[in-house]
Design a protein around this ligand. Structure first.
Ligand SMILES: Cc1cc2nc3c(=O)[nH]c(=O)nc-3n(C[C@H](O)[C@H](O)[C@H](O)COP(=O)(O)OP(=O)(O)OC[C@H]3O[C@@H](n4cnc5c(N)ncnc54)[C@H](O)[C@@H]3O)c2cc1C
Length: 401
């Protein structure tokens, strides 16, 4: 692979950097306090920021060029360093309409949605008028094995009737969340991987109840939140089914590949920023008669972090390059590898940065605590580490035996 970025990507990297400097970093502390204290409210400057990003041509950059007119025309490899820049501030990717779970949901609709579904839901999502959530995980079953999902989706005339209980529905607490993509069973007697389907459910459909927000290490992650949601005799038109009955796994494969690259690049951005904050802090602080930067354990932590980040970055770029050339299926093993490597790497690097900051590192005065939580939760979300290792191990044995 060619490790040089294209001129187009370099130009956009410079522009995203300028945007971050002018609009995002100056608001960072205020936004952190707002998100903590004003629950389920959107910061008054959010719409203004989104309009500025749109006007600057920094909008929907995540959607790869294979999507034709819908896409701003970047490859995953060109987009990866932009996601890294956005990941340096926990809420920044939303400003560019590049945040999960909307990106994955938009990609599902762009790839598999009917023209009616695209007009009704994809267009407002791509315009940033509404937000969305993805409802797969269920409290009653081990959802890392998605064949366990029990929510029922039953055809009744021109409608489907949905019953089930979901949790960890990220984004579903957001007052702007208007639609869910729900995974459930349409064909419970079919082959294990042909039982599931995905269906669009408007958030205001009768029978939908947002039961409670879940906390992640004590934080509510407002305004997006992670909700527990019940669906009781929820009726939607049969045209809301995406792609067809029994095709949920096929859609899930298409959804998760690029999404994992986005998460990994954002995590690398968080780790890189943590390293930079650490370097700045230890350069000025003194203990036991010398600058903290001069203790060899600190230098080792910094050097090790730099190596860890660069290794993860290169692996993720290789995955992005492979997905561009061979699709999500062809890049399957590399995508598994980055999902295993990047969240743990981020946790380690952020942990070292927290330690070097002393007490300041665990409080609200730096983004470090939020970065650590992000890395830790991605070790579980989008498939726990062990599941990716289980699959990568199986594929590797198959390849070499
Ligand atoms: C902050 C956050 C946000 C999330 N957002 C969403 C969302 O928007 N939408 C959504 O649908 N879900 C979401 N999830 C849910 C997430 O995808 C699931 O939690 C995850 O898939 C694991 O499922 P589970 O919680 O049922 O754990 P289980 O399936 O019960 O697994 C528990 C543990 O068992 C172990 N295990 C499982 N399989 C294996 C194996 N093959 N080998 C070895 N060990 C194994 C692992 O340690 C695993 O963590 C989110 C989760 C978190 C924490």
């Amino acid at each position: 692979m060619n490790f040089e970025y294209t001129a187009k990507s370099l130009d956009l990297q410079a522009r995203v950097q300028v945007f971050m400097d002018e609009h995002i970093y100056p608001l960072e502390e205020e936004m952190r306090a707002f998100r903590r204290e004003k629950l389920w409210q959107i910061h008054p400057k959010m719409d203004e920021l989104k309009a500025a990003a749109k006007a600057a041509g920094l909008w929907n950059l995540f959607l790869p060029k294979g999507y034709g007119d819908l896409s701003p025309g970047l490859t995953n490899l060109e987009y990866a360093p932009l996601a890294e820049l956005m990941g340096r501030v926990i809420w920044a990717s939303e400003v560019f309409n590049c945040s999960a779970p909307d990106t994955g949901n938009m990609e599902v609709l762009a790839k598999y949605g009917s023209s009616e579904q695209q007009e009704r839901w994809l267009r407002p999502l791509m315009d940033g008028e509404i937000r969305s959530a993805f409802l797969m995980t269920e409290p009653e079953v081990a959802s890392s094995d998605a064949t366990n999902i029990e929510t029922s989706i039953v055809r009744d005339g021109d409608e489907y009737v949905i019953n089930g209980r979901k949790w960890w529905s990220s984004g579903a607490m957001n007052p702007e969340c208007a639609v869910y993509i729900v995974m459930g069973k349409t064909n419970p007697d079919a082959d294990r991987h042909r039982q599931q389907a995905m269906i669009l459910v408007p958030a205001d459909t009768p029978g939908v109840e947002v039961v409670r927000p879940l906390r992640v290490f004590g934080s509510l992650d407002s305004p997006e939140g992670h909700a527990e949601v019940t669906l009781t005799n929820v009726r939607v038109p049969s045209t809301n089914l995406i792609l067809g009955e029994g095709r949920g796994f096929e859609i899930a494969q298409g959804r998760l590949g690029p999404g994992r690259i986005h998460h990994c690049m954002r995590l690398i951005g968080a780790a890189q920023r943590s390293l930079e904050l650490m370097a700045k802090r230890v350069a000025v602080r003194e203990a036991f008669g010398r600058r903290i930067k001069d203790f060899s354990s600190i230098r080792q932590d910094i050097a090790q972090s730099r190596c860890d980040i660069e290794q993860a970055r290169l692996l993720t770029l290789a995955a992005a390059d492979k997905i561009d050339r061979f699709g999500a299926k062809g890049a399957r093993d590399l995508i598994g590898m980055i999902k295993i490597v990047c969240p743990t790497m981020t946790c380690k690097v952020v942990d070292r940065a927290i330690q070097a900051h002393g007490g300041m590192g665990v409080c609200q005065d730096t983004p470090l605590a939020g970065f650590w939580v992000y890395g830790r939760m991605i070790r579980i979300a989008d498939g726990p580490d062990e599941v990716h290792m289980y699959q990568l191990g199986r594929n590797t044995v198959k390849d070499y035996s």
